[in-house]
Design a protein around this ligand. Structure first.
Ligand SMILES: Cc1ncc(C[n+]2csc(CCOP(=O)(O)OP(=O)(O)O)c2C)c(N)n1
Ligand code: SF4
Length: 332
């Protein structure tokens, strides 16, 4: 009798994969993986962005039979991977300006179409600053025209490459170089920020998904799905940054998992503007568990803990849980 394989048995990319059929195995378990972002780059130890990019781009390469071109916004991913004249990329890759990656990718896709090279697929990628702030106009245009590009945003919640300045994806209360932990309301202000996955969904494009580097199998699956489609597609990937967050390098995966399990970062998939799938929370975690290990929130846990601020952050998580229906039935 076949026995159902449990998540934890396949959650690793080493031993667990052997329990699966070759078709079900992760891209990284495949000896044929491309190593698109090869070793030798200069990312910090424990960089979530480097990890996410490696898995996302290798999955995309497999999905299109290695016929892939990537455009990359200025930012950590570009800087640590490609200090000219060196590069860690093993794929055709172009560095765009900080704000025009989506437009550059659109141009590449158009050129390939004109040349009749319909098998060549295009990815655009950038950080949350390049995506939610300076690149948003080009990205919205790409969505609105339904250009044939998959855009991946690596969200580390600030402008890391230039020294940790606030972006419109920086969460409330977080300390950055421009939202200091001083004054009446230390850290970043409470407010709407920009919820890029929802903004992408408002364009009713064929595919929008969120993912974290805590579940790389899910990331590969979503990239593979996105690559099977044509038109504008968007993946928003949560990538902890030890340097900017003041977290331990070995806590990157743990923090990504806690962001999901608290409800602060909802993991879901949407087609044509409608949510079609959510990753449920298996063990609900109070936000404090996620905030405490990060020095960017240290001011909340001084001699007098900022109980009210923590409660406001908890409200954000609770709202996400309610809006997206994140709690698994019978979750603890
Ligand atoms: C027009 C322009 N303004 C500012 C910069 C300087 N700059 C380069 S990278 C960067 C921050 C990138 O932040 P983000 O997009 O969040 O990516 P991360 O480095 O966090 O991965 C800035 C401000 C630039 N290159 N071009
Ligand atoms: S600053 Fe952050 S995003 Fe940039 S390389 Fe270091 S860990 Fe990665």
């Amino acid at each position: 009798m076949d026995e159902r394989i449990r998540f934890y048995q396949t959650g690793t990319f080493t031993v667990g994969n052997r329990l699966l059929t070759p078709q079900q195995r992760s891209v990284q378990a495949d000896i044929e993986r491309t190593n698109s972002l090869n070793s030798g780059h200069r990312a910090c130890q424990g960089c979530g962005e480097a990890l996410g990019a490696r898995y996302a781009i290798d999955a995309a390469m497999r999905a299109c039979d290695k016929q892939l071109i990537a455009a990359n916004a200025t930012g950590c991913l570009e800087v640590f991977s490609t200090p000219y004249p060196e590069t860690s990329w093993q794929i055709p890759w172009i560095h765009s300006l900080f704000g025009n990656t989506a437009a550059v990718a659109t141009g590449i896709a158009a050129a390939m179409r004109v040349k009749g090279r319909s098998k060549v697929r295009v990815i655009a990628q950038g950080g949350d600053g390049g995506t939610t702030d300076i690149g948003l106009g080009c990205l919205s245009g790409m969505f609105e025209r339904n250009d044939d590009v998959l855009y991946v945003c690596y969200d580390n919640q600030a402008y890391m490459n230039t020294g940790v300045q606030r972006s419109s994806a920086t969460p409330p209360a977080a300390r950055t170089a421009t939202t200091m932990a001083v004054g009446h309301e230390p850290g970043n202000v409470f407010g709407q920020g920009k919820d890029l996955p929802r903004i992408a969904m408002a364009h009713a494009i064929p595919f929008v998904a969120t993912a974290t580097v805590a579940d790389l199998w899910d990331l590969e699956r979503k990239v593979t799905k996105a690559m099977a489609l044509h038109g504008a597609r968007y993946i928003h990937l949560f990538v902890p940054c030890p340097l900017g967050w003041g977290s331990a390098a070995h806590d990157t995966i743990k923090l990504a998992r806690l962001a999901k399990e608290t409800g602060l970062f909802p993991v879901f998939e949407a087609r044509h503007g409608e949510v079609t799938e959510v990753s449920k929370i298996r063990r609900r975690v109070p936000v404090e568990e996620y905030l405490r290990p990060q020095r960017r929130y240290a001011h909340l846990f001084g001699k007098q803990p900022a109980v009210e601020t923590i409660a406001r952050i908890q409200q954000i998580a609770d709202r996400n849980i309610r809006v997206y229906g994140l709690l698994e039935e019978g979750a603890l």
